[in-house]
Ligand binder design. Structure first.
Ligand code: MRU
Length: 340
């Protein structure tokens, strides 16, 4: 596999490294992923995370697998193909909500003609997915920067930045482009309970980019809107259904409801790889439920009953505009109905 580098994932020949996002911002540790199983464990533990990036990571893990196992083979035998298929299905199931994961694995393996599956084709497609995500982010940033005006304070939830993609990010990419255009802006970062992707990761990124920001607890967002302190809200997405409803990190829905009440424009930024045309509405998006210890840790060792859905769904009525790699769309109906 050719050398490829992003904020959270590095490919160096047949070696793959991920930046341990569980350890950020305290420690910057690069972990080696030697097998698809390593990658599956890293994805499940959120050591690598963010919808576009887990798709890219799964593709890279498959490419590395065929490169190390079947280096000099042109066309794979059926038992070799089956071995790869097993890995592909397991990677696909590492997390359920972000459709980018399934879309990337399908593109590398399951949508190829299985009789003629070649390591070369698998590696080429994985490289393509990595490089394409960089471009998709650039396009999102360019199409979205216009929604941010000079002097705006922008609120974002979770981390939809360079750590969540192979490029500059989606929501954070838009903020970054507006900032680079010389607009004077400020960012309010929701800390994002329970795992603090905002407080740990978005804050880490914005600090590095020297974009002025203020960290807030999730439950302060409504009050800031009421006080007129937030002019725009931009979030990312893990899956957009074919009617424009979308899933994103738990807490996004509350932000959207509040934005509608306070008449603050609410935008979602995402690449087309996040769109699932097979999902009719948000009701069909599978929502990952995670372990209770993420919610009660570290304040209690008791075994309380906990409900921990990692994502929620925001209905399309609450979205002011979709910032996609294809352009900016006020209404979901205007989005072209094709994947590429
Ligand atoms: O559980 P996570 O941290 O993977 O959740 C990530 C999010 O919800 C992001 O907002 C989403 O993936 C968009 S990333 C460009």
């Amino acid at each position: 596999v050719k050398n490829l580098t992003s904020m959270g994932l590095r490919v160096e020949g047949d070696k793959v490294f991920i930046l341990d996002q569980e350890a950020l911002p305290h420690k910057e540790i690069w972990l080696e992923s030697k097998t698809p199983d390593d990658m599956i464990n890293y994805i499940k533990a959120l050591k690598i995370r963010g919808a576009p990036l887990i798709g890219v990571a799964a593709a890279v893990a498959l490419a590395q697998f065929v490169e190390t196992r079947f280096a000099n083979i042109n066309i794979l035998s059926s038992s070799e193909t089956n071995e790869i298929l097993k890995m592909a299905y397991r990677l696909r199931e590492a997390r359920p909500t972000a459709v980018n994961l399934m879309a990337a694995v399908d593109r590398v393996i399951l949508k190829q003609s299985l009789e003629n599956l070649s390591p070369e084709q698998i590696i080429k497609t994985a490289e393509e997915i990595f490089e394409e995500d960089i471009t998709l982010c650039e396009n999102i940033g360019n199409h979205g920067a216009g929604v941010i005006e000079n002097g705006d304070s922008v609120l974002t939830h979770c981390n939809a930045g360079g750590l969540a993609t192979a490029g500059i990010g989606t929501a954070v990419g838009v903020i970054r482009r507006a900032f680079e255009q010389g607009k004077k802006i400020h960012v309010y970062v929701d800390e994002t309970r329970p795992l603090l992707q905002g407080g740990r990761l978005t804050a880490w990124e914005l600090h590095k980019l020297q974009i002025p920001f203020t960290l807030i607890c999730d439950n302060m967002a409504s009050m800031l809107m009421k006080q007129g302190k937030v002019q725009k809200i931009i979030v990312g997405s893990d899956r957009i259904a074919s009617n424009g409803d979308f899933a994103n990190k738990t807490g996004t829905y509350s932000v959207a409801v509040s934005a509608s009440h306070h008449k603050v424009p609410f935008y979602v930024a995402a690449p087309m790889t996040t769109v699932d045309w097979n999902c009719k509405s948000g009701d069909e998006i599978p929502i990952e439920e995670r372990h209770s210890k993420e919610v009660i840790f570290p304040s209690s060792s008791h075994d309380y009953k906990v409900y921990n859905p990692a994502f929620d769904v925001t209905p399309h009525e609450l979205v002011t505009g979709y910032i996609l790699d294809r352009g900016f769309f006020k209404n979901w109906n205007q989005v072209p109905k094709s994947l590429k």
